[in-house]
Design a protein around this ligand. Structure first.
Ligand code: ADP
Ligand code: ADP
Length: 226
């Protein structure tokens, strides 16, 4: 049963760039799919359309069979983690995580419970009262991930989340994020231009070029037939 359906989606920007071109994809429950491709191949635009930050020119995006093509981002069951994590530096870690839950008017004890649980999940148990600016780059990216997960989205959207980190940290976070993703069992779309990243994390890889699918397969098959 597929959780996410993208059908014949095209995005034409004013000026004439066709960023995404009749793109279709079905993503199964709990699957991690990597969108891999060179800069400008349409990966970000596609992800942003699933998250609701761009509207398709044509085509359909559905989650659990429900058309969400024109649903605004805050009403979609999606959580997006951006390249630059954009945490609120004037708030401590716990407040960053609680913010979205407060908007949803959850009771205070429930918020506390969920914030503590998600901090444990990302390996930052006990860091709630730290200021964001006191954390390392990798820790900040874990907070950004936690801030998405705490809202319990149906689909997690990651846009080059490790791009600003050094190679060593990137490799470690890859494993951590994959581990967390599998433990939570959350359906995930992961955008990267790094082949190693895609090969080591994905259940399936969509190789994109010029807004279209060039190849789609399991990592071992993509590796053998690049
Ligand atoms: P990728 O994420 O693979 O690097 P993008 O989705 O960012 O690719 O971009 C795909 C194409 O669409 C590029 O040619 C890019 O310049 C263009 N593009 C992206 N966003 C916009 C925008 N807001 N306005 C106009 N063109 C855009
Ligand atoms: P990425 O790193 O994902 O390729 P970029 O750094 O190219 O993204 O783009 C960052 C932002 O600028 C995005 O919001 C994207 O939509 C926008 N953008 C990208 N290309 C263009 C463009 N040619 N014209 C206007 N906006 C663009």
């Amino acid at each position: 049963m597929s959780v996410l359906t993208i059908k014949d989606v095209t995005k034409l920007f004013p000026g004439g760039t066709k960023a995404v071109d009749s793109f279709s994809l079905e993503v199964a429950d709990g699957e991690l799919v990597c969108l891999l491709g060179p800069s400008g191949s349409g990966k970000s635009t596609l992800l942003r359309m699933v998250g609701g930050f761009e509207t398709p020119t044509s085509g359909l995006i559905a989650i659990d069979g429900e058309d969400i093509t024109r649903t605004p981002p805050e009403k979609r069951p999606t959580g997006m983690v951006f390249q630059s994590h954009a945490l609120w530096t004037h708030m401590d870690v716990a407040k960053n995580l609680a913010f979205g839950l407060k908007l949803r008017r959850l009771p205070a004890d429930e918020i506390k419970r969920r914030v503590e649980a998600v901090l444990e999940l990302v390996g930052l148990g006990g860091y709630g009262s730290r200021r964001v600016t006191q954390l390392s780059g990798g820790q900040q990216q874990r907070v950004a991930l936690a801030r998405s997960l705490v809202l319990e989205p149906k689909i997690l959207l990651l846009d080059e989340p490790f791009a600003s980190l050094d190679q060593h940290l990137r490799e470690r976070l890859r494993e951590e994020v994959r581990d967390i993703q599998q433990r939570v069992g959350i359906t995930t779309l992961f955008v990267t231009h790094g082949q190693d990243e895609a090969l080591s994390m994905a259940d399936r890889i969509v190789v994109m070029r010029d807004g279209r699918t060039e190849q789609i397969d399991r990592p071992d098959v993509v590796y053998r037939n690049p």
